[in-house]
Design a protein around this ligand. Sequence first.
Ligand SMILES: NC(=O)c1ccc[n+]([C@@H]2O[C@H](COP(=O)([O-])OP(=O)(O)OC[C@H]3O[C@@H](n4cnc5c(N)ncnc54)[C@H](O)[C@@H]3O)[C@@H](O)[C@H]2O)c1
Length: 330
Amino acid sequence: MIRVGLLGAGRIGQIHGRNVAASGKARLVAVADALPDACLSLATDLGARAASVEAVILDRDIDAVLICTPTDTHADLIEAAVKAGKAVFCEKPVDLSSDRIKACLAVVAKAGLPLMIGFNRRFDPNFAEARRRIAAGGIGAVELVSIISRDPSPPAASYVARSGGLFRDMMIHDLDMARFLLGEEPVEVHAVGSCLVDPGIGAAGDVDTAAVLLKTASGRIAQITNSRRASYGYDQRFEVHGSLGMVRAQNVPTSTVEVATGQGFLADPVLPFFLERYAAAYRAELDHFLSSVAAGTPPSPSGEDGLKAQLLADAATHSQQTGQPVRLTL
Ligand SMILES: NC(=O)c1ccc[n+]([C@@H]2O[C@H](COP(=O)([O-])OP(=O)(O)OC[C@H]3O[C@@H](n4cnc5c(N)ncnc54)[C@H](O)[C@@H]3O)[C@@H](O)[C@H]2O)c1
């Protein structure tokens, strides 16, 4: 049984905490959060102890910590946890600065402990199955990847101002998926963006609508489109075209019921947002982390995957701001 400490009892911390408690592979020992009430409530609910962040990190009876606190705390907490001998699962992104991520990964490498980053979409059952079919050669050589990712509604402009911008905050998941599906690192990034959804987002210096083109050394191309708004719910799809065919993964509806009348077919809405859409993915990613820690094998996606997605997000931000393509080596 892996003994787990949870840092952060907010939206995503509650998901991971409940998944640990339900897992047969681990025991949730302690929960820490800056808000004592949030901490005590989740800890009590899950049969764990409420503790301070420092106490969790230094607890000799904890093998692994899950970092689910705000992004600007991640790098410091990763470093403190690996120095204390813990395996670490950390939510994305590692940090908004690539230089800070590099420094953090050097500390992790020196400690020689596992670090997994929460790119949960790789673990979505449909996306993972599509990837397996591609890897098995079902569509031949990958040529084009198209990813559509739209949130149901925009976040508050105050959140946007601290988020690092759409490419680092939102598209980072899609940039990781593009790497996952392309099977080859991008060497060129071209981004465009607009503010079409919320003028407050523009006033905060960000875009809410964006498209990115990635090109690999051999010529494979990925296109990603993002919007902070979709009137019909959380839109999460991709399509990969190869030399022998095409594979795609569609949205997941709230039910498969359709009603047909003379006006056509009416299907139920898609799952509303990430907590519902990726519930199975969060369970599967945690299971992978726990299995890897138990087996002593490196978990994936790694800290390096976190850095590479961030470098792509930096390049996209720069390209959108300058109107020029950016070349890079990952
Ligand atoms: N992979 C995903 O699908 C996904 C989804 C949501 C959020 N996230 C990431 O997870 C992280 C948390 O996001 P969230 O939406 O759960 O935020 P949240 O605000 O709901 O929760 C964060 C919690 O951390 C606590 N906290 C703040 N500073 C702390 C500190 N120094 N020490 C201990 N606790 C502290 C807060 O009190 C809060 O309870 C972010 O980095 C975000 O990018 C990932």
